[in-house]
Ligand binder design. Structure first.
Ligand SMILES: [Mg+2]
Length: 370
């Protein structure tokens, strides 16, 4: 493929419509980098949803901008890339920095799709016309949280997930179960807040018949997850632990999980996400697509990837109006009344970036050339 003539990094501060609290803490605004790959009057857009603090992962917007500027973009400009799928091999010498790599790779996929006049989902190998949407609800006062549980179930969302931590698990799950129709897919996400010492306590969560329990233990604790999986009836889903295709392969082999949450940004980009999708599919492990408070740009890439055939569980991809108002794209991601998000037929990610929002939210603009 033809290389972009320049890469522009737009560092944005996006205020969240509601504060979002997980076991890591509470955020009221999200920092993110939109990556713009330009060529011949076309712009391809990607995103690095790294946030300001190294809490969810070790990356931040500052480390990502630095790694793209000093390492990834120079490697790209010096390369003979045949397809964006070559990015993981090209960036292999840079260890880690998955989100930075994903941001640049997604911009190249969007640019390539726009050049060919096809939706980016087609290049990713998507087979679905729509995806099922679930919602992830942060830690909030019980009354407010239960109102949200009822509201989102009524809005047609196909799965509800509650963030939990020690001291905040059995009670909200019991309350949510009471309010939801029998058999409604309910899950819990601990964001690595428990330890093997909590095993007996976690076994008691089996009574809520969760669709799965997401990342109960530390992100490096694959063997501990495998031991816990043996005594839980509830399937374990891994999220933070799956930072690469090799770790996904090892987790599956060790039976550390029965479900995998693939976040394309966390695993180094679409190509790696598709590799993990393929290996899980072969092993009979259902996957679903998670998000990281992305703006509409990252969200649309995720929707396109989530339309691959192995994504058989509802993802965390809710409408972008839930987080940002206005969003940075001209046609926000919307969830239909039946809880689905339709794939787009416009070229690329299927939306354009709003220059007014970009200018208003931008804190820094970094231009990179060969
Ligand atoms: Mg999670």
């Amino acid at each position: 493929m033809k290389l972009p003539t320049r890469i522009v990094l737009h560092v944005l501060h996006m205020p969240l419509r509601f504060p979002f609290e997980t076991s890591f803490g509470r955020v009221t605004q999200q920092e993110t980098i939109l990556v713009e790959a330009e060529d011949d009057g076309l712009s391809g857009w990607g995103e690095v949803p790294a946030s300001a603090q190294p809490h969810y992962s070790s990356e931040t917007v500052v480390t990502a901008a630095y790694v793209i500027r000093d390492f990834l973009a120079p490697a790209l400009f010096a390369s003979r890339l045949r397809t964006p799928a070559d990015c993981p091999a090209l960036f292999h010498r840079v260890r880690g920095h998955a989100m930075a790599k994903a941001g640049l790779e997604t911009a190249l996929w969007d640019l390539e799709a726009r050049r060919r006049g096809v939706p980016v989902a087609k290049l990713y190998g998507a087979t679905r016309k729509f995806i099922e949407s679930g919602v992830s609800l942060g830690i909030d006062p019980m009354g407010l949280l239960m109102k949200r549980v009822e509201d989102f179930a009524a809005k047609g969302y196909r799965r509800i997930k509650l963030k939990i931590k020690p001291g905040w698990d059995g009670k909200p799950l019991a309350e949510a179960r009471k309010r939801l129709p029998a058999g409604f897919p309910l899950t819990a996400d601990a964001n690595a807040a428990y330890t093997p010492a909590h095993t007996a306590h976690l076994r008691r969560l089996d009574r809520f018949r969760l669709d799965y329990l997401e990342q109960p233990l530390g992100h490096e604790d694959l063997a501990d997850h495998a031991a816990l999986a043996k005594v839980l009836r509830t399937p374990i889903c891994l999220d933070e632990s799956i930072t690469s295709a090799d770790l996904a392969r090892n987790a599956v082999r060790m039976k550390a999980c029965r479900v995998v949450n693939i976040k394309p940004s966390r695993v180094g980009g679409p190509t790696k996400a598709i590799e993990i999708h393929d290996l899980c599919r072969k092993a009979g492990i259902p996957v679903w697509c998670g998000g990281l408070l992305e703006s509409g740009v990252g969200r649309l890439h995720n929707v396109a990837i989530a339309a691959l055939p192995g994504f058989t569980k509802p993802g965390d991809l809710s409408g972008s109006d839930r987080y940002y108002s206005p969003d940075v794209i001209d046609e926000p991601v919307a969830v239909a009344p039946d809880g689905t998000i339709a794939l787009r037929s416009r070229p690329g990610i299927g939306a354009d970036v709003r220059q007014d929002v970009l200018r208003r939210r931008r804190r820094e603009r970094i231009v990179l050339k060969p």
